[in-house]
Design a binder for this molecule. Structure first.
Ligand code: C2O
Ligand code: CU
Ligand code: CU
Length: 542
């Protein structure tokens, strides 16, 4: 029903609200049995306001609403979207940066150590909640799906920004509805700055460029088309046939002959990108999900799964004015049935090409340009790439409590659905092997087992795995891609191609409670490739 309102093409999936109503369960009822008194299932938004720490004095107090809207993406009819709109109640109004002609929410800018209050108002005809992807916040502020609010209600967030400088983001997190809501336009960047970053001497202001890459499909009336309802489409994840950057197709970045900082987010539902420069020059990588690396690294390409971020230093000073180059996605075999390469199909919905409907015209792993760069004027500013960008304190594997017996999480298909250790999401459920001690350092191992029989044979898929609430470090990776992963920085999402396995080091500090870990292919997440983990403080554990 909600799909009908927003998307141009009908889906035969029953909406979650309809399902809950027919099952006689209110949307708030699913919180029943919450184990923390604060999480009273009957709590209304107004009660939640009272629950929050009194005397919280925000440095930045904003109202953020999710609302239906219209944006001009193509000539002619505007596109109906859902979007985040924000305004500053208290604090510096320059902390909200609107992206021109975009459905994306404003960039929220904050400094480490600041206190932020966000009054989220849900005005879309669907339940929703906001998650601060990559931020380290208390469980009740993290946007767990059990906190969803219906249309017309608010949810109050108050937290201190504890993260280091970096490119984080926010998006909805209602269970089963994250894919369509993000696809409909709900997402924005949350950029944190700190003193170390300011001292690094990187390009700033207009030379610090956010780039959110997403794929979308449109019908002939310029309206978004989501899943057709075909089962295989949900198994694979949604793939659009047009690449948008900051909400714009055929995105062109005009630059001067100088250095830029590019902050790239893969905001797509399921598409992975193998980033490279069109002319084959190496990428200079300066940052990942959790901020700056210690020093720059050079790569011929970088794999970027959904929700991952990478920051590049891009110096155009060696190009003559008039040069045109592009950031491209190189062809890659995703291991899916018939793979992009073996199928020999290249994307047709490419830049400058026609728009077409049908989600498989640009297969995952196809090669295509992402955005073009026009070097259009001279600038004598010379900035040199800093040798040292930041300090990263390395966890020591030997300090972990389970180095010899890591928690292992197998990613596989069971009974026609994607699972983690054979399990799917249940709102309140935490298994024994999903409980961790607060203040402990652990090794978690994820294994992309691939396999599993799909309707049409073996299903192998990339899975971008994300942990809520924590930035972590990669301990080791058994990779089939060999190059292209930036595992030396702080991460909150890691991409696992079929057959790959990874060990990460996570420290469960500060905030006890229930957090999520999941595949960030949003269709996989919505079908339940998501689980809770519980951080037990010494007091509450038995
Ligand atoms: Cu960006 Cu639980 O997700
Ligand atoms: Cu997250
Ligand atoms: Cu997945």
């Amino acid at each position: 029903m909600n799909n009908n309102k927003l998307f141009g093409q009908n889906s035969d999936v029953i909406s979650r609200r309809q399902f809950l109503q027919s099952a006689g369960v209110g949307s708030l009822g699913i919180m029943a049995g919450a184990f923390l008194p604060l999480l009273n299932p009957a709590a209304k938004a107004s009660d939640q306001n009272k629950l929050v720490e009194t005397g919280f004095l925000p440095d930045l107090d904003i109202e953020l609403k999710a609302t239906p809207g219209e944006v001009p993406i193509f000539p002619g009819k505007p596109t109906s979207v859902w979007q985040y709109k924000a305004k500053v109640h208290k604090g510096d109004s320059n902390r909200l940066i609107e992206l021109p002609r975009s459905y994306l929410g404003p960039i929220i800018k904050a400094n480490q150590g600041e206190k932020i209050r966000i009054r989220f108002k849900n005005q879309i005809p669907d339940e929703s909640i906001v998650h601060w992807h990559g931020l380290h916040v208390p469980a009740i502020m993290d946007g767990h799906p059990r906190y969803v609010v219906p249309q017309g209600q608010t949810y109050l967030y108050e937290f201190e920004v504890k993260n280091r400088a970096g490119t984080y983001w926010y998006h909805p997190h209602p269970h089963g509805r994250t894919g369509p809501q993000v696809y409909g336009g709900l997402a924005g960047l949350f950029i944190v700055s700190d003193d170390e970053e300011k001292a690094a001497g990187l390009p700033s202001g207009e030379y610090d460029i956010p780039l959110v890459i997403q794929d979308r499909s449109f019908d002939i009336d310029n309206q978004l088309v989501y899943l057709s309802g075909h089962m295989m489409e949900r198994m694979n994840g949604f793939l659009g046939d047009l690449i948008l950057v900051n909400g714009n197709p055929d995105f062109i970045l005009p630059v001067a002959t100088r250095a830029y900082r590019l902050r790239i987010l893969n905001g797509s539902n399921s598409r992975i990108y193998k980033l490279g420069w069109k002319d084959g020059s190496p990428l200079t990588v300066i940052g990942t999900d959790g901020g700056l690396l210690e020093k720059p690294v050079y790569r011929r390409y970088v794999m970027l799964g959904p929700a991952e971020r990478v920051e590049l230093w891009a110096d155009f000073s060696r190009y003559p004015v008039g040069t045109e180059t592009a950031l491209v996605s190189l062809p890659v075999d995703t291991g899916m049935m018939g793979g992009a390469r073996s199928g020999g199909r290249m994307g047709r919905g490419m830049m400058g090409g026609g728009r077409m409907s049908g989600n498989q015209s640009l297969p995952n792993g196809a090669g295509f340009p992402i955005f073009r760069v026009h070097v259009n004027h001279k600038d004598k500013t010379t900035l040199s790439l800093p040798e040292r960008l930041s300090t990263i304190e390395r966890y020591r594997a030997t300090d972990s409590v389970n180095l010899r017996y890591p928690r292992t999480f197998g990613l596989s298909m069971r009974h026609m659905t994607w699972t983690i250790n054979g399990r799917t999401f249940r709102m309140e459920e935490v298994a024994t092997d999903e409980k961790v001690r607060m203040d402990s350092l652990e090794v978690w191992e994820f294994i992309n087992e691939g396999g599993g029989m799909g309707m049409m044979g073996m299903m192998n898929m990339p899975h971008p795995i994300h942990l809520h609430g924590k930035q972590f470090q990669v301990l080791e990776r058994h990779s089939v891609m060999h190059e292209g992963y930036i595992d030396v920085g702080w991460k909150d999402t890691v991409l696992l191609m079929p057959g790959e396995r990874i060990k990460i080091l996570v420290h469960f500090g500060d905030y006890p409670g229930l957090f999520l870990y999941h595949c960030h292919n949003l269709e996989h997440e919505d079908m339940g490739m998501m689980r809770n983990y519980l951080i037990e403080s010494a007091v509450t554990s038995t």
